[in-house]
Write a protein that binds this ligand. Sequence first.
Ligand code: ADP
Ligand code: ASP
Ligand code: MG
Length: 412
Amino acid sequence: MSVLVMKFGGTSVGTTDRIKRAAKRVGREVANGHDVIVIVSAMSGKTNELVGWVDETSPLYDAREYDAVVSSGENVTAGLMALTLQEMDIPARSWQGWQVPLKTNGAHGAARIESIPTANLDARFADGMKVAVVAGFQGISPEGRITTLGRGGSDTTAVAFAAAFGAMRCDIYTDVDGVYTTDPRITSKARKLDRIAFEEMLELASLGAKVLQTRSVELAMRYKVKLRVLSSFDEYDETAGTLVCGEDEIMENNVVAGVAYSRDEAKMTLISVADRPGIAAAIFGPLAEAGVNVDMIVQNISEEGRTDMTFSCPVDQVKRAAKAMEDAKQRGEINYHDLVADTEVSKVSVVGIGMRSHAGVAARMFKALRDENVNIKVITTSEIKISVLIDRKYMELAVQALHDAFELEKAR
Ligand code: ADP
Ligand code: ASP
Ligand code: MG
């Protein structure tokens, strides 16, 4: 029997009517002869609400309790989806992460999947169950505590199940009809791509395109999962959506595949730290331990043995980062005059495999930003991407300007 994994995101299960609509789609795949594993997100807005309650209650919260709270949204939709399928006379039941069990490490709030034993679900499928509805985003740690996989983690649950069960495909149903050249909410010139290479999708996701969680793309790439992104609202057809696939399955790459942004970034500068061997380790060690996701790093030229060190991180980690730095200062591990946080910045990036073989992409990017009078605060590059940190008020403008500069409205 061939297994198909279908994942429905928050908007696609946002009301009981939408759950019915999604269930009909599942019913069609059951009629096509598949055993289906349905992965559901929480209803749209629910996880944000739960996160808000945790923040209100305890700003520097215990991550184990954070997970206990924020994982609960998915439990509701999993049960409702199973009930809806049963109402349609389709044999279905729901599973929470721990019941499968989806085993993770103990990194609460951003846990990594370690294994998914298939025996429990296999036994039920052998018994005549047609659909296993699994709560996305959640798992169980070696200590037996509930974990979550990081925001957007249901995508990763879906791909991991597809890999574990050798699924014929993993379909990610969402509120857009595929992967676009940039977020279609930012410019109406964004174009849907028929195909995108794993490497490009991986970069776009990690640089902020939240249509797929980064880990899900990593897993799909590693386990060669056939991954498709499509709309749960449009009429279905076999060629719908975007296929995320190997580079070799794409005829010709555009130089730039897409533009990504990450709106809520912060730029933090430690003013006047001693420029000595080990200073970077003394700064970034405690930040890592505090769970701060440091992204860009710039160390200035030093004068009289002292230098400024700048790094970027998500804006909601600024408090954590500042505390880690103050604590390290108290312990005498680092010394600085001041810590300045600019919490009004965003990161904008262009991504494309074609950059490997085309020169001048950076120059074109910087020129497009100059023409709009957008000042660049920090730049980082890798083989297939260029990122800049800019004032948040120019973020939309920058994305649109870059989309135009690389003629992405002509992409397919
Ligand atoms: P779900 O709740 O289904 O997981 P998400 O909100 O996590 O959906 O992801 C879908 C959203 O991702 C879209 O509504 C869109 O605004 C955004 N997005 C950002 N970049 C892109 C892109 N390049 N292509 C498509 N959607 C994108
Ligand atoms: N509900 C979780 C979130 O909003 C997981 C997901 O939807 O993928 O982040
Ligand atoms: Mg998502």
